[in-house]
Write a protein that binds this ligand. Sequence first.
Ligand code: AHG
Ligand code: MN
Ligand code: MN
Length: 350
Amino acid sequence: MAVNDDSAVVAKDPYAGKIVTIERFILDQQRIYPDATGTLTNILYDIALAAKIIASKTTRAGLTDILGSADKENVQGEVVQKLDEYADQILFKLNDHTGRLAVMASEERAEIIPIPDHFPVGPYVLLYDPLDGSSNIDVNVSVGTIFAIYRRKTASGRGTLEDCLQKGRDLVAAGYVIYGSSTMLVYSTGQGVHGFTLDPTIGEFFLSHPNIRIPEKPKFYSVNQGYEQFWSEGVQRYTEWLQGKDKTAKPLSMRYIGSLVADFHRNLLSGGVYYYPADTKDPGQTSGKLRLVYECAPMAFLAEQAGGKASTGTERILEMQPSALHQRVPFFVGNSLLVEKAQEFIRDFD
Ligand code: AHG
Ligand code: MN
Ligand code: MN
């Protein structure tokens, strides 16, 4: 092969050795679908833009102590918003007027977010957790944004709750942004999982992790083990199995950040399982902590696209029919074998 003749490599990976922006990549993906109108492409562009705007704030979060903190006035006499409210507003304002969406929903709002009457509606539905792991922001630990996109179910007019309560298996696209030591956007439209890293000096996301697959050999289990006493017997025994206590498997290392996005991201790249099981800690919240439509379903979609699995412990997450916008479910996600093992323990002991 002559110098610079990379045709063999290109056939295997068209992006090998190339500098690829997120815009170029999303546009290339759109070409796979001859009937695509570009509407979804534009929603994804806007989410990448929202990610840059939110990242520019989260990376300066410590400065709120100097420039003014939430609910207090800053030096300009403006009231500073909490970062999760700020992130919520950015996603809303970038998407309310574009004519691409029928309705939105956010973790930060009790009800669905209708598209204002003076703006046109479109064919898609956007659900999001604007800032995930937000309790970590004050201590400089990674946080994230999660998003889920569906096609609307209702035929016309403003979108409704029905459009927001769809099974995860009908997702058109899903992804997250992690605001960590670098900002990354990871997403899937059902053609594998792809990761992009932000170069903050020029404000561009570049393809850095094409075709992410969860490594077959897992390294980590991730759970808030402080609540172990509130778990079912099946979940307790499963955890002991992950620790190698029955000698049938090698112990895994434990890592837990307490930001779903960051815990999921680490296990996606390194292999492992994340779980937030049902517990009896809070009598009013016995179905686990994480929310189905804007936390579990999009992460489940990504996990399956990367060769993994996601379950409530008894059911595939992507098969769950949501019954309420903020419904919580037990969540097990990661390497297929580890998720299957959780189901086995829960079936046998609970
Ligand atoms: P959010 O900040 O969007 O409300 O989500 C917090 C969630 C999730 O990110 C994390 O995995 C979990 O809460 C941590 O809960 P514990 O502190 O109970 O472990
Ligand atoms: Mn969250
Ligand atoms: Mn949140």
